[in-house]
Design a protein around this ligand. Structure first.
Ligand code: ADP
Ligand code: MG
Length: 331
């Protein structure tokens, strides 16, 4: 029901960047190799995510927009930890608070599209497009004007979109990402581009690091590879000289999901404690992999916090691995 969807939507979609996050995660889940994100006016008037993933059959389009319908839980009701989604909430939420249209074409099928405006679903119609999916979200929060008031400037919202796209690009180095600002007239302006990286995960991540944080940064980053009692820490951490005035260059992932977790950020800070003043923030891209039973990634629908079964273990692993790498590098 439309009212319930609008209330629930507030949990999932706080601002344009959270809509971008949900749509890009869906594209990744669909196995896309190329993902393009266009936005206008900080994402307030337009967000469009184009992917070359598996697509959605015309017959399934209404289902994709229905609450709690997801294709990502297997028959045994076990969570597929290899996908971002599983709640089936994002598309119905976006359709409740904006003008959402989905055009999609799975391989070997005809293209189809559906629209939903402020919770009112239209009929499935034919659509001409290449393989994959184009999701267009216009006028976010037009149906909930109270929310509109809380949005920041176009510039600030665009910045948040860029941050989300870069975090997901770091998580998926084998996928090509393009981000464009298409505000106003003309063809738009490319804000960020990262080509698909090659090689093994470490090589690909190193390439992506250069793409997101700069070549000089990547060339001077310390490779991290450590494990302890079922937790595996990999990635790169920067020398103290590459620290930043804010935490923007901290990329943390748990089982492939970008997180922004107090415990992990605190551990990172702890590792650099002797080398950085309080106003400097270490730069790093760190991945913790572990058995899904050792960590709860579903604390909040936006999924940026995690809860480790043994928080001390996670903290200890990060602090000791980074201190060790820093010591090896002469610190
Ligand atoms: P969830 O991701 O939790 O399953 P969503 O509301 O984000 O829920 O998406 C609902 C369903 O729509 C997904 O389970 C998937 O089957 C389908 N879907 C959404 N976006 C895409 C996409 N870009 N490509 C293919 N299928 C998609
Ligand atoms: Mg989803």
């Amino acid at each position: 029901d439309a009212a319930i969807n609008r209330i629930a939507a507030g949990e999932v979609v706080e601002r344009p960047a959270s809509a971008v996050k949900e749509l890009v995660e869906n594209a990744i889940d669909a196995g896309a190799r190329r993902i393009t994100v266009d936005y206008a006016d900080g994402g307030k008037t337009l967000i469009r995510v184009t992917d070359d993933g598996c697509g959605i059959s015309g017959a399934d389009l209404p289902l994709a927009l229905s609450r709690h319908a997801t294709s990502k839980i297997d028959g045994s009701d076990l969570l597929n930890i290899h996908t971002f989604g599983f709640r089936g909430e994002a598309l119905p939420s976006l359709g409740a608070v904006g003008r959402l249209s989905i055009a999609s074409r799975p391989e070997g099928e005809d293209g189809a599209q559906i629209s939903v405006n402020g919770g009112q679903m239209g009929a499935v119609k034919p659509a001409a497009l290449n393989g994959g999916t184009v999701v267009t979200l216009r006028d976010l929060f037009f149906a909930t004007p109270a929310r509109l008031k809380f949005l920041r400037t176009d510039r600030a919202e665009a910045q948040a979109i860029g941050d989300v796209v870069k975090r997901l690009a770091m998580a998926e180095p084998f996928v090509q990402f393009v981000l464009r600002d298409v505000s106003g007239e003309g063809a738009g302006r490319e804000v960020f581009r990262a080509g698909a990286e090659q090689g093994d995960m470490f090589a690909a991540l190193h390439g992506r690091l250069a793409g997101v944080l700069g070549r000089e940064f990547a060339e001077n980053a310390l490779a991290i590879d450590a494990q302890r009692e079922g937790l595996h820490l990999t990635g790169y951490a920067a020398l103290p000289t590459y620290s930043r005035g804010s935490a923007v260059a901290q990329y943390l992932f748990v089982n492939g999901r970008p997180v922004r977790d107090k415990l992990l950020v605190g551990a990172l800070r702890g590792a650099y404690f002797d080398f950085l003043s309080r106003d400097r923030h270490p730069a790093a891209a760190l991945f913790i992999g572990c058995d899904p039973t050792l960590v709860d990634v579903n604390v909040h629908p936006a999924k940026s916090e995690v809860r480790f079964r043994d928080p001390g273990l996670a903290r200890g692993l990060i602090v000791s691995a980074l201190r060790h790498a820093l010591a090896e590098a002469g610190h």
